[in-house]
Design a protein. Structure first.
Length: 273
């Protein structure tokens, strides 16, 4: 019987993960299936246990279960510990292992797909919720010269700064609100707020985009108000989060199967669809 994997969430019908992993499995000749599981909002753990009992080998976890997946995991990777959230579960005789591949997925998309190195650059990360926290450690590990956290509620950004200060090494880690960004310039601005989901843009001062800079929205599939504003304010390049989605999937796939799938053909397929 093929090894079983799935994405679990609520809602989950829109998820592109089954398609992405099916293509990965085909390209790497892995004998596996990958389905979507809709779990009741109050029924995450029973759904996971049922999947394990049925022989399931691993799960991707999406909204709203990433914190519950973190709690359920018996062992966790350092990046999952830092994120305090888990998007990948692996099941074995040793138990339930939790990982978080969102941050490495973002870094892979930026550095490999978009050709934007982070080392020595000035990076602005917008947001201080789960999405921002989830990518913070992998971003710091790339050793940008500056990583500035900016959030509508400035205190939440400062709390994240305090929590990650010891991991910043040579990177200057700063935090504050949006208005305090006036007069600053960045090479990369990443939107990890939930503003795009409400079809809004974070209220940013003008002049943030340095020559040649990239504006990146973790949301994918459309030009969000954040990206439209970045274009109007002089960002040289714009990117949505589709590449991050494919790269985090590839990292989960690698964790489960020990094989690194090629991502370019999948990304091209999704872009043209
Ligand atoms: P997620 O898991 O998507 O990060 P979250 O933990 O609820 O969700 O965090 C949402 C983030 O988006 C927060 O940083 C929030 O700012 P506040 O901390 O001030 O609430 C931010 N956010 C949501 N809507 C926003 C908007 N319209 N403009 C700017 N920031 C917004």
């Amino acid at each position: 019987m093929s090894d079983r994997y799935a994405v679990i969430g609520n809602p989950v019908a829109h998820s592109k993960s089954p398609r992405i992993h099916a293509v990965f499995a085909g390209l790497t000749l892995q004998d596996m299936t990958y389905e979507a599981i809709l779990a009741p909002v109050d029924g995450f753990e029973p759904a996971v246990r049922a999947f394990i009992a049925a022989g399931g080998r691993g799960l991707n976890v999406t909204v709203p279960f990433k914190l519950q997946a973190y709690a359920l995991a018996q062992t966790r990777s350092p990046r999952a510990e830092a994120a305090k959230a888990v998007n990948t579960l692996a099941f074995s005789a040793a138990g339930i292992h939790g990982d978080n591949t969102d941050g490495v997925g973002l870094v892979a998309d930026l550095t490999r797909n978009l050709g934007v190195p982070l080392a020595g650059r000035r990076v602005l990360l917008l947001g201080a919720g789960g999405a921002a926290r989830g990518v913070l450690l992998p971003l710091l590990e790339q050793q940008p010269a500056l990583l500035r956290l900016a959030n509508r509620t400035a205190d939440k950004a400062r709390a994240l700064q305090a929590e990650f200060a010891a991991r910043a090494a040579a990177c200057r880690l700063e935090a504050g609100g949006f208005a305090e960004l006036a007069g600053r310039e960045f090479d990369l601005v990443i939107n990890a707020t939930a503003a795009s989901l409400a079809d809004e843009a974070p209220p940013l001062p003008h002049g943030l985009y340095a020559a040649g800079s990239l504006a990146y929205d973790m949301v994918y599939g459309r030009e969000t108000p954040f990206l439209a504003a970045a274009r109007a304010q002089g960002a040289a390049r714009l990117a949505d989060g589709l590449g991050m989605l494919v790269e985090q999937a590839a990292e989960s796939f690698f964790l489960w199967r020990g094989v690194r799938p090629p991502t370019a053909p999948v990304l091209a397929q999704l872009r043209s669809a």
